[in-house]
Design a protein around this ligand. Structure first.
Ligand SMILES: [Zn+2]
Ligand SMILES: [Zn+2]
Length: 284
């Protein structure tokens, strides 16, 4: 089954080379392209629908939603989260196996009544709510390898043992109701990071057995980025392979990759196409 690419056309620097930087990937018959409001749509596109306010209110307080509206970024925030929700729905319905979601604004700093750090709505939390309500799924995993602590996601799930939230960041080790904070040293290298991740996956993910995995993938921990902890591009590719394998073992490959932190345009246009190729590659 194909990989879905959920595209949000963002003003600004980081994604300026997209979707062109995806090159021939869009022509593959193992790829379906869905987009929000990009003007020249490839043939295989499907429009994304915005998330209704009632649905937003299942996760975020009405007062917070109003504050997001006041920022002027509401439309982008809604379409960013809409990509994640649509990806999860289409994976569950069997239209696609896995997905890469381009976001302008998302995900892990958005809690029930607060937002920040460029995150307005928590797309993974909204998707989990919809999967539970519409299809009765019960066990969800979120793997967060953005360089920063996902305070929003943590708050939303700290009292919910049916969601395994694994946050890799420089904060202290914590564990509460299947929310786990895995401490990454402030300076780390790829092999140390991969060893930490492997250990954490063995310890928590494999016993938890999720029905679908969300990967909050940020590249802001890359060397030269604003959250630099010393990671190279190869780390991101290896993590993509490892998480994809884990999803194949545990939940027939169901995986939603959500673009989180990272600012450099060059890195985006180098890393993202290769991550998507790993998702689409039937032999990986
Ligand atoms: Zn970050
Ligand atoms: Zn954390």
């Amino acid at each position: 089954m194909p990989t879905g690419i959920f595209f949000y056309y963002q003003q600004g620097e980081r994604l300026r080379d997209f979707p062109q930087a995806l090159g021939g990937i869009l022509d593959k018959d193992t790829v379906l392209f869905y987009d929000a409001f990009y003007p020249s749509k490839p043939k295989s596109s499907f429009d994304l629908e915005p998330i209704p306010k009632d649905t937003l209110h299942t996760i975020h307080s009405p007062e917070m939603v109003e504050r997001v509206e006041a920022t002027g970024d509401y439309e982008g925030a809604v379409y960013s989260a809409a990509g994640t929700v649509a990806a999860a729905m289409r994976i569950w319905s069997g239209e696609i196996t896995n997905a890469f979601v381009f976001t302008g604004y998302g995900d892990h700093h958005a809690g029930s009544n607060f937002f920040g750090g460029g995150c307005y709505f928590n797309g993974a939390a909204l998707a989990i709510h919809e999967l539970r309500g519409k299809f009765g799924l019960r066990r969800f995993a979120i793997i967060d390898t953005d360089a920063h602590h996902g305070d929003g996601t943590w708050e939303l799930f700290e009292n919910n043992p049916n969601v395994l939230y694994m946050c890799f960041c420089s904060g202290q080790f914590q564990e509460k109701n299947n929310n786990v904070n895995i401490r990454v040293p402030f300076r780390v290298n790829d092999s140390r990071y991969l060893a930490l991740a492997k250990d954490a996956f063995e310890r928590w993910c494999k016993t938890f057995q999720p029905e679908i995995i969300f990967w909050n993938w940020g590249y802001d921990g890359s060397a030269g980025e604003y959250g630099d902890i010393g990671l190279t591009p190869e780390l991101h590719f290896q993590m993509a392979r490892d998480i994809k394998h884990m999803a194949q073992e545990m939940c027939t490959g169901r995986l939603v990759v959500i673009l989180c932190g990272g600012s450099r345009r060059k890195l985006a246009s180098f890393l993202i196409p290769r991550i998507i190729e790993i998702l689409t590659d039937q032999s990986e």
